[in-house]
Design a protein around this ligand. Sequence first.
Ligand code: KG4
Ligand code: ZN
Length: 339
Amino acid sequence: MAELKDIIILGIETSCDETSAAVIKNGREVLSNIVSSQIEIHKRFGGVVPEIASRNHILAITNVVDEAVKLANIKLKDITAIAVTYGAGLIGALLVGVSYAKALSYVLNIPLIKVSHIKGHIAANYIGNNDFIPPCICLVVSGGHTAILKLEDDINHKYIGGTLDDAIGESFDKVARALSLSYPGGPIIDKYAKNGTANITFTKKNELKNSYNISYSGLKTAVINYINTKEQKGEEINLPNICASFETEAIDGLIDKCMRACKEYKINKMCVAGGVAANSYLRQKLTEDCKERNIKLFIPQMSLCTDNAAMIAVAGYYNYINGVNTADLNLNAVSTIKL
Ligand code: KG4
Ligand code: ZN
């Protein structure tokens, strides 16, 4: 039930292959979070087909929003503002959520707030964690981004370093494809890696070791070359060991950089954002490394790591109370947003 003084945000997310709507009370309490996934539809194509994604968002959006409002036990008139993902993502997919949010905010005559998808992933850390208060070092590991940020406060961040080419999630998905595993590859590699040993070194030289930047295209190519060479020689490949070795190499270097950033910026708080935050090895290694250094670690619960509207509503709440990123009927979708 919404009290008069409560700030109720309806979040809408349609940037890729999940149609989602959520209702959040006072920035941290999830009243509802409905996620309708299209993964099964896109699986047969080995990845997300943008046009198919847009069409399925259109089919789902009304029911998803209605369900979120109903489950939250509120009326449309209780909503303070609507927060919507306007980028980064697939333009056609984003436009479904943006158009729906614009229409609803116009009809209800309430503010519209634009939210960057990655800021949404970061905001997932607020949910259920009353002691999550920046400053904080944040590791962004998603399908489209890989970066280390310093969260200055609830809305501003400083870019410390990141990938110079592919994103980490993208490299998981591409390596999975080379191994003939299904889409999305990240969770499958994670599963195989649990039964494997990280006994293969794919990239021997790491020129970026002392930098905050990282590269994934070299690692991805090295894994693909390894698989091709084995095939040409008619040798069996050990799938669990390849997955464990790739995963370790993709994650260890990144975690070392985060530990270095915490030290350099004298911050003993860390958080993780994005789909790859669901990776079990990353969660375990980061927990161990932070514990060793007395760094308080926040990782969103599994269901909040991948795309959902609860995180968008939370980011929208902080935009709203700080009076930033308010939008109007001119709001458009954008495919990229610089971190
Ligand atoms: O963060 P996200 O929603 O993508 C963007 O917003 O860009 O997450 C999707 C990515 C995919 O690349 C997927 O393979 C990866 O997250 N992912 C994982 C796991 N679960 C999802 N990667 C590694 N291990 C997992 N358990
Ligand atoms: Zn995402």
